[in-house]
Ligand binder design. Sequence first.
Ligand SMILES: *[C@@H]1O[C@H](CO)[C@@H](O)[C@H](O)[C@H]1NC(C)=O
Length: 227
Amino acid sequence: MAASKNSAAAKGTSTLTILALLLAAFASLFYYLEQHLESFYVFEPEHLHDLSQRAIAAHGNDTRAVVSYIVSELDEKVGGKYLNFDEEWVFNNAGGAMGAMYIIHASITEYLIIFGTSIGTEGHTGRHTADDYFHILQGTQLAYTPGSYEPEVYPQGSVHHLHRGDVKQYKMDSSCFALEYARGWIPPMLGFGYADTFTSTLDFPTLWATTRITGREMIGNLLQGKI
Ligand SMILES: *[C@@H]1O[C@H](CO)[C@@H](O)[C@H](O)[C@H]1NC(C)=O
């Protein structure tokens, strides 16, 4: 009796040891990746800003042409193997705002999408584990931070950089489309991207399409060594 109690206790201790070791290994891996995040990126915010401005200069408010201009230059500069050329538009409800998106790239550390709506929307940005660069291709985006009495105004051609961890209220009064680039840890952001489906829209076909496209792109990129 006493012997079996002892061995049960020993088993408990060894399980705890294994868990502690796993946790330590996971924490060091995370720490290592966090320190080297920069080396996984294939997009550059300065290039995306310059590219957006040149695309607008070339095509004005013909946003469909602006988007093709952007995607074809990325194909040359970044390499087509990281990009999704099918404009698979899906609705996105998050933070109370609604729009649609075309996922150009999705991996563990970056995503690049066209996000917008032709009728305007408003909501919470979400508090993210990535830096977010919102390049306005058409229309104007407004943002508000508590403590301020004036709106931040982001017109066509400008970039709204939402720093990792920051939150704002944002609004697009009417038609507005942007090239949105996020870099940091992308998987934790998906919870925010999905929450409104479960608490509000119950739009499962959209949920499935979003998951299928995001998963396909993330896994496809991982298989080519792009974290
Ligand atoms: C796009 O349309 C808006 C509203 O009509 C206008 O203010 C803006 O100058 C146009 N942009 C370009 C690049 O033509």
